[in-house]
Design a protein around this ligand. Structure first.
Ligand code: NDP
Length: 451
């Protein structure tokens, strides 16, 4: 049986583009379909524009700090429209690069929605094409609870295109996106109230990270309210009126929901061909990213394993090597380092203390909380934290958690050590780089015995 393509990829985000490029370089004839913009969530309305916003927002604090380092800082103001325009220019540039990557690698691009008709046939726009393999890389989409007036709220899809800067912002949620955007709006000068339905934000993170981030973002001005959740939102003459579940009210110009994301599997034609989905709509895959249909694979957020771009890239490469490279490879999802670009940011790799205790019983903890050197001349009171979790029998460092400036940069290097199974003795034998925040990682000798 001959097919139009060896591989048809649905979704041109991080995972889909990487998988199509590598598959093509391994000799496959590849096509990819994208209904929105090539680049996916990360490039178009996720990691990249978010990080640019984080940079923009941090300047307010930098200006204050500069004065204490002897600079004369004139009255500053921020131009939101200029930030949006410059950000759009950069996203257009990256979008162009992604187009070039596809064409340079002979991947045929369909700028249309695609739907699977049968296990080897895809309808894309008004065409029907056949492929030996199909890869689902359709990503995820923000989900918002169905409360009255939710149509007045925005999600992370709209936040990058707000016409005017909102002076009063309510952010709902306590995960990555909520914490990052509370910090962005706060840094840019808005009054920010962050509402979280639970007791402690950043569920799933180490408990000292949760506590530290909550404490530090509060010190910087985010009005963090836990066990608090909107019941309804109404439009008024002066903005939005948010009524909370306890009956109290808040006024805001913008209400942003960051209450999780769900897999984009609606209307893709998956159930029709027998691809099994989880209860939450995500695609069920094995360790090689194969779905319950032999020639259909899925990578990235649509599989709801670890929703991070670099993970999707690895899954995409492992898929290509497995199917077209003759080298079956299952990507190992353990010890994935990640960062939350809160202010201050978080870098984490490996197990949390609770996970390590559940897995190993006894663990040794090393923890240091301190005032970073930069803060000594500023009026800021930002604190940093470094925490190591060690499995005592093997002496292996099984978790590292950092809160502080550049934590995301630092954890990348530490991620290699943890992935290699480095021991506490090897951390201790490593010479610190002085004076840095990161040197704490190799200089802690006293076990922490507190809560
Ligand atoms: P998360 O799953 O991280 O957080 C969702 C938050 O919303 C949680 O605090 C959750 O509370 C709360 N929530 C869920 N449903 C409701 C509801 N009905 N009412 C009120 N609150 C609710 O999702 P995000 O949207 O923040 O991010 C999605 C994913 O994107 C992340 O998991 C991450 O993998 C990825 N991401 C990564 C980034 C990075 O690497 N820096 C940045 C941004 C996103 P509860 O804890 O009680 O469930």
């Amino acid at each position: 049986m001959t097919y139009d393509y060896d591989l048809f990829v649905i979704g041109a985000g991080s995972g889909g583009v990487r998988a199509s490029r590598i598959s093509s370089s391994l000799g496959a004839k590849v096509a990819i379909a994208e209904e929105f913009r090539v680049g996916g969530t990360c490039v178009i309305r996720g990691c990249v524009p978010k990080k640019l916003f984080v940079y923009a927002s941090h300047f307010s604090e930098d200006f204050e700090d500069a004065a204490n380092y002897g600079w004369t800082v004139p009255k500053v103001s921020h131009d939101w429209k200029k930030l949006i325009a410059n950000k759009d220019k950069e996203i257009d540039r990256l979008n162009g690069i992604y187009h070039t990557i596809l064409s340079n690698n002979n991947v045929e691009l369909y700028l249309n929605r695609a739907e699977i008709v049968d296990k080897n046939t895809v309808r894309v726009g008004d065409k029907t094409v056949t492929a030996k393999y199909i890869l689902i890389a359709t990503g995820g989409t923000p989900v918002m609870p169905e409360i009255p007036g939710i149509e007045h709220a925005i999600s992370s899809n709209e936040v990058f295109h707000l016409e005017d800067f909102p002076k009063r912002v309510v952010v709902v949620g306590g995960g990555y996106i909520a914490v990052e955007f509370a910090g962005i709006f706060n840094g840019l000068g808005a009054d920010v109230i962050q509402l979280y339905r639970g007791e402690q934000i950043l569920r799933g993170f180490d408990h000292h990270v949760q506590k530290m981030v909550a404490q530090e973002i509060t010190k910087k001005g985010v009005d963090l309210r836990t066990q608090s959740n909107p019941a309804k939102i109404e439009k008024t003459a002066t903005g939005l009126l948010v009524t909370l579940e306890d009956g109290s009210t808040l006024e805001a110009d913008t209400v942003m929901y960051a209450t999780g994301r769900s897999a984009n599997t609606d209307g893709v034609g998956l159930e029709g061909v027998g691809v099994e989905l989880k209860g939450n709509g995500a695609v069920v895959v094995d360790e090689y990213s194969k779905t319950t249909v032999d020639n259909i694979y899925a990578v990235g957020d649509v599989t709801d394993r670890i929703a991070l771009t670099p993970v999707a890239l690895h899954e995409g490469m492992a898929f290509a090597e497995t199917v077209f490279g003759g080298k079956p490879r299952a990507f190992n999802h353990s010890d994935v380092p990640s960062a939350v670009f809160s202010q201050p940011p978080v870098g984490s790799v490996g197990l949390t203390e609770a996970e390590a205790r559940a897995q190993f019983g006894d663990v040794d903890i090393y923890k240091s909380e301190f005032r970073p050197m930069k803060q000594t001349l500023t009026l800021g009171s930002e604190k940093a934290m470094v925490k190591l979790i060690v499995e005592p029998k093997s002496d292996r460092v099984v978790g590292v958690h950092i809160v502080g400036a550049d934590a995301g940069e630092i954890i990348q290097g530490i991620g290699i050590a943890v992935k290699c199974g480095a021991t506490k003795e090897q951390f201790d034998a490593t010479v610190g780089v002085h004076p840095t925040l990161a040197e704490e990682i190799v200089t802690m000798r006293e076990k922490y015995t507190g809560e």
